[in-house]
Design a protein around this ligand. Structure first.
Ligand code: DGL
Length: 237
């Protein structure tokens, strides 16, 4: 039976994750839903992000997806826990929803050498404090300090196809500079929004080459592969 793995994002950003899942798991069927009509989510309240994300998850379940990946940090930060704890128990048993924050945090533990980490994300993700909290919990004591920077303009610039404009350059430099001012010694930066890999060339231009950038696509794809190995019942190949 056709039972694809659902991949959801507020817009185009999740395609950066989808591409890597396709590469890592070419034998699986995937169904992508991007809510371009209501993007961005990054400046919306907890309640609205929860409602929109739940609608998307219910839609993907209605399309026979047994598992939905929230390939959106904002949705992972502001809706995942409530969906898992409040909504899923009222649905058909066995349906699952996973996010992108925990896999990214686990990966960072193996990357940082000095334990000083920076996070770039939407105002929603940054304001939720999900990254500092999860880094503290799941990075095995490897992360000593986390600084964050919200980049409210980056997603609208990507969604409006302004990847290479002078305005994009300005806003990328501004937020990278602000992040580095908070801690000039960070050695690892998490791109905590799935839209940001689309700005990677500009980000690299302003970030010192000694800093490792964590792009979530490959990380999430690898962790999903491990998850599917542990859960052979979700086999849609
Ligand atoms: N791409 C999404 C994320 O990873 C959110 C973008 C938005 O809609 O603000 O956070």
């Amino acid at each position: 039976m056709y039972s694809p793995i659902g991949v959801f994002d507020s817009g185009y950003g999740g395609l950066t994750v989808l591409k890597e899942i396709c590469r890592e798991l070419p034998e699986y069927d995937l169904l992508y839903l991007g809510d371009n009509a209501r993007t961005p989510y990054g400046t919306r309240s907890f309640r609205v992000v929860y409602e929109y994300t739940l609608q998307a998850v219910e839609y993907l379940f209605s399309q026979n997806c047994p598992l939905v990946i929230l390939a959106c940090n904002t949705a992972s930060a502001k809706a995942l826990r409530n969906i898992q704890q409040r909504a899923l128990p009222r649905m058909v048993p066995g349906l699952r929803v996973l996010g992108v924050i925990r896999p990214s945090v686990e990966m960072v533990a193996g990357i940082t050498r000095n334990g000083r980490v920076g996070v770039l994300g939407t105002p929603g993700t940054i304001g939720s404090l999900s990254y500092p909290i999860e880094l503290e919990k799941w990075a095995g004591g490897k992360v000593k300090s986390t600084v964050q920077e919200a980049c409210p303009m980056w997603v609208p610039l990507v969604e409006n196809n302004e990847l290479h404009s002078a305005g994009t350059d300005y806003f990328v430099e501004k937020h990278i500079r602000a992040l580095l001012l908070k801690d000039p010694l960070i050695d690892t930066v998490i791109l905590g929004c799935t839209h940001y890999p689309l700005l990677i060339d500009t980000i690299r231009k302003y970030l010192p080459g000694t800093i490792t950038l964590v792009d979530q696509g490959p990380v999430v794809a690898l962790k999903l592969k491990e998850y599917l190995t542990r859960h052979p019942e979700i086999d849609n190949r």
